[in-house]
Design a protein around this ligand. Structure first.
Ligand code: ATP
Length: 667
C-alpha cells in the first residue's frame, strides 16, 4: 500500500534507501577498482617474459596481500608480522635488474609502503609482544614457504629469454672436487712441481762407489785410499744425477753431516779430470771463510793425482795476493776449481784482470738458504749474469762456431749450460728465492725418512694443519736431544757446569751462546769458577772461545786446539753453527736458545755427523718453554724418542759451586 501524503509507499521508501546505499558502495568500490582495471590492462599488454616476471611478482604480491589480509583481520600486533615478512621478502627476492621496465608509479607505491612499514618499526608500533610470538612465527613460516616456492620455481619463458649466447666463452668443464687430502695439499701448494715432488732417499741408503757408472778407476782408488768406499744416502742419489750430462740442475736437502760436500765435489772432479788446459771451470760458493777452508781440503784430497788445481777466495786475504794466486797474466786462470765466499767472488768478477767465467761448467751454492738470504752486493745476479754473458761472448776460434751452427748444434745453448748445484740441510722451498739462480730443468733431492714408514714419522693425514710449520726439517737419526728447564735464571751458568760434570760431557763439547759478548763472558766465568773450585784443567775443563769478533788467525788456532783435544769446551757464537765438520764433537749445548728451528738444526748438527751418535742439550728458561716446545722443536723430523726433558737439581750439588760462582760475580 502507498502513503498518499508522502507520495511513496513505505516499501518504496525502503527500496530507495537501499538503492542509495548501493550507489554509495558502488562509488567507493569504483575508486579502488579503477586501479585494478588499469593493472589488468597493463598486464595484457606485457610481453610473455615480462609477464613471467610479473607472474612471479604477482605471487609475491599475493603473499603480501595475504599478509595484509591478516593485518586487517587481526589486531595491532599484525603490523609486526607485516614488517617481519617484508624483511624476509626483501632479502629473498633479488633486486630488479637495471633494465627492469617496471612502471615508476608502481615502484613509488612499493617504496611508499616500505617507508610506511619502516616508520611503523621506528615508532615502536611494530614491536612484538611475547604472547603473539608463536602465532607470528607460524604465519611467517607459512608465508615464507609460499614466497620461497615462488622464488625457487623459475618461470620457463624467463629462463629461455635470459639465456645468453655463449660464443665459445662458456665455462670450461671442471674436474669433480677431490676428497683426497693429500691431493688437496698438492693442489693447494704454490710450489712448482719439481719442488713439490722431489726424489726422496732414505738416510740408511748406502751404495758402493764402485757400483756407480761413470767414476774412473783412478778416482775409485782415491776414494778407497780416503776410506770412503761406500756412498752415503745423499751421494747415492746425487752423484749419478750429476755424472749424467743430460740431467739438469740439482737442489739437495739433506741433514747436517750427511756428506753433501762429497756429493758434488766427486762429480766435479770426475767431469774435469779429462781437461787439457787449466781454466776456471767450477765455482763453489759457501758463506764463511771456515767453510771455504773445509771444502778446499775435501776438494784437494780428492783431486790429488788428477792434475786439477783448487784455489780459494776469502775476503780476509789481501786482494792483490789472492789475484796473484788465481791468475797468471799470460796464461789466465791458475785454478780449475775455486772455493769462495760470495763477496770475494763478486770482487774478483769486478776487479781482477783476467778473471774469467766463460769456461765455468759448474756453479755450486752450498748452505744455499743462508746465501740466498744475503743480498750482499746483489751477488746472485752478478755471478749468474756474468756466467751467462761470458758464455755468450765465448770465442771458439777457427770458425768452429759456424761449423757447429751449420751442423744444427745450438752453440749458445751448449755454452751457457752451466750445471748448478744448490744444497742445504735446511733447504728453502721458496721458489722466489731460487728464481735468481735461473735453474734449468731442476730436480730436487731430499734425504729423509719416508713419512709414516715406521710409525714414528708424521702422518700427514693426522697432522694438525694449523700447527704445521711451513718447512719441515730433519736432524740426524743418531742425534739424542734433551731440554733442561732453568728454574733459577740467575744461576744459569751453574746449570751448564753441573750438566758438564754430571753427564761427563766435558770433552768434545760445543756451547752456543747468542752473542759474541755473551760467549766471551761465559768462557771467562767458567774459567774463573773452575779455578776457584780447584778443578784441574787436565780433567777436561779447558775452554776455547770462537766468535765473529776474533781475528781469523786466532779463531783458526782455537779450532785447531779443539781438534787436537787441547781445548775440550768450545764456547762460541753462531758463527760456526753451519757446515763446520769438527771431529770428536760428542755434545752440543744450546746455552742460549737458538732464534729459529733452522738455527737449531744447524747448531745441533755439529754433532751426530757421518752416522756417529751425539747429544744435544738446550737450556730452556721459563719464559721460553712454550715457544721451545710448541714452535722451535716440534716440527722437526727425528728419532722416535723426540726431545727428552732433563731435570738438573742445583740444590743437590751443595753450596760449594754456588758460593764460588757468587764470589766470582760479586767479589
Ligand atoms: N761416503 C762417506 N763415507 C764416510 N764418511 C763420509 C762419506 N761422505 C762424507 N763423509 C764424512 O761425513 C762428514 C760430514 O760430511 P759433510 O761435511 O759433507 O756433511 P754436510 O752434509 O755437508 O753437513 P752440513 O750440512 O753440516 O754442512 C765428513 O767428516 C765427511 O768426511
Amino acid at each position: 500500500m502507498k502513503d498518499a501524503g508522502a507520495g511513496l509507499t513505505a516499501e518504496e521508501e525502503k527500496r530507495k534507501r537501499k538503492e542509495e546505499k548501493r550507489e554509495k558502495r558502488k562509488q567507493r568500490r569504483s575508486d579502488v577498482g579503477t586501479e585494478t582495471e588499469e593493472k589488468a590492462k597493463e598486464d595484457a599488454e606485457q610481453t610473455p617474459s615480462k609477464k613471467g616476471k610479473k607472474d612471479k611478482k604477482s605471487k609475491k604480491s599475493k603473499a603480501d596481500t595475504a599478509t595484509e589480509d591478516v593485518d586487517n583481520d587481526n589486531n595491532d600486533n599484525t603490523n609486526t608480522i607485516t614488517t617481519t615478512i617484508t624483511t624476509v621478502t626483501t632479502e629473498e627476492v633479488p633486486p630488479p635488474a637495471a633494465n627492469d621496465e617496471e612502471s615508476k608509479p608502481e615502484k613509488k607505491d612499493k617504496k611508499h609502503s616500505k617507508k610506511e612499514k619502516k616508520s611503523k618499526i621506528a615508532s615502536g608500533e611494530g614491536e612484538e609482544d611475547a604472547s603473539g610470538l608463536s602465532k607470528h612465527k607460524s604465519i611467517l613460516q607459512k608465508l615464507v614457504k609460499v614466497k620461497t616456492k615462488a622464488t625457487l620455481t623459475p618461470a620457463a619463458p624467463e629462463v629461455e629469454e635470459e639465456a645468453i649466447e655463449a660464443k665459445g666463452l662458456e665455462p670450461l668443464p671442471q674436474p669433480a672436487p677431490t676428497k683426497d687430502p693429500k691431493r688437496l695439499a698438492v693442489l693447494a701448494s704454490s710450489l712448482p712441481p719439481w719442488l713439490a715432488a722431489p726424489i726422496v732417499v732414505t738416510p740408511a741408503t748406502t751404495v758402493p762407489f764402485n757400483g756407480m757408472t761413470g767414476i774412473s778407476p783412478k778416482l775409485l782408488t782415491r776414494l778407497e785410499t780416503l776410506n770412503l768406499p761406500n756412498a752415503f744416502a745423499v751421494q747415492s742419489a746425487v752423484v749419478p744425477l750429476l755424472l749424467d750430462p743430460k740431467a739438469g740442475d740439482v737442489c739437495i736437502s739433506a741433514a747436517t753431516g750427511s756428506g753433501k760436500t762429497l756429493s758434488y765435489i766427486l762429480p766435479i772432479v770426475q767431469s774435469l779430470s779429462t781437461r787439457v788446459v787449466t781454466r776456471l771451470r767450477a765455482v763453489v760458493v759457501v758463506p764463511t771463510r771456515e767453510l771455504v777452508s773445509q771444502v778446499f781440503s775435501t776438494a784437494v784430497s780428492l783431486t790429488s793425482g788428477t792434475g786439477l788445481k783448487v784455489g780459494t777466495g776469502i775476503g780476509s786475504k789481501a786482494l792483490a795476493a789472492e789475484q796473484a794466486l788465481l791468475i797468471d797474466p799470460d796464461t789466465g786462470s791458475k785454478v780449475d776449481i775455486l772455493i769462495t765466499t760470495p763477496g770475494r767472488l763478486v770482487e774478483h768478477i769486478k776487479n781482477t784482470p783476467g778473471f774469467c767465467l766463460k769456461w765455468v761448467k759448474w756453479l755450486v751454492i752450498d748452505e744455499a738458504d743462508r746465501l740466498l738470504a744475503q743480498s750482499f752486493q746483489e751477488w746472485v745476479d752478478v755471478v749468474v749474469g756474468s756466467i751467462e754473458t761470458a758464455a755468450k761472448d765465448q770465442d771458439w776460434g777457427n770458425g768452429l762456431e759456424d761449423v757447429l751452427e751449420d751442423l744444427g748444434i745450438n752453440v749458445q745453448a751448449q755454452q751457457i749450460a752451466v750445471r748448478k748445484v744448490v744444497l742445504s740441510a735446511t733447504m728453502t722451498k721458496d721458489a722466489g728465492k731460487l728464481a735468481g739462480l735461473k735453474l734449468r730443468r731442476p730436480t730436487m733431492v731430499v734425504v729423509e725418512k719416508p713419512v709414516g714408514a715406521d710409525g714414528t714419522a708424521k702422518d700427514d693425514e693426522n697432522e694438525d694443519d694449523e700447527d704445521m710449520p711451513e718447512e719441515v726439517f730433519s736432524v740426524p737419526t743418531e742425534l739424542r736431544e734433551y731440554a733442561i728447564p732453568i728454574v733459577n735464571k740467575e744461576y744459569k751458568p751453574l746449570y751448564l757446569m753441573y750438566l758438564l760434570r754430571n753427564r761427563s760431557i766435558k770433552r768434545g763439547t760445543i756451547v752456543f751462546v747468542k752473542s759474541n759478548e755473551g760467549a766471551a763472558r761465559l768462557a771467562k766465568l767458567i774459567d774463573t769458577v773452575v779455578e776457584k773450585i780447584g778443578i784441574s784443567k787436565e780433567a777436561g775443563w779447558t775452554t776455547g772461545l770462537v766468535t765473529g769478533e776474533m781475528e781469523k788467525k786466532r779463531r783458526e788456532k782455537v779450532l785447531r786446539s779443539f781438534k787436537k783435544d787441547e781445548v775440550q769446551i768450545l764456547i762460541c757464537s753462531d758463527l760456526i753453527s753451519r757446515g763446520l765438520d769438527l771431529p770428536h764433537v760428542d755434545n752440543v749445548v744450546n746455552y742460549d736458545i737458538p732464534s729459529s728451528t733452522r738455527a737449531y738444526v744447524h747448531r745441533v748438527g755439529r754433532t751426530a755427523r757421518a752416522g756417529k751418535e751425539g747429544d744435544a742439550f738446550t737450556l730452556v728458561e721459563d719464559k721460553e718453554a712454550r715457544w721451545f716446545w710448541r714452535d722451535l722443536v716440534k716440527g722437526i723430523r727425528r728419532r722416535e724418542e723426540g726431545v727428552e726433558r732433563m731435570a738438573v737439581a742445583l740444590e743437590d750439588e751443595g753450596m760449594g759451586w754456588r758460593g764460588a760462582y757468587e764470589e766470582c760475580l760479586y767479589g
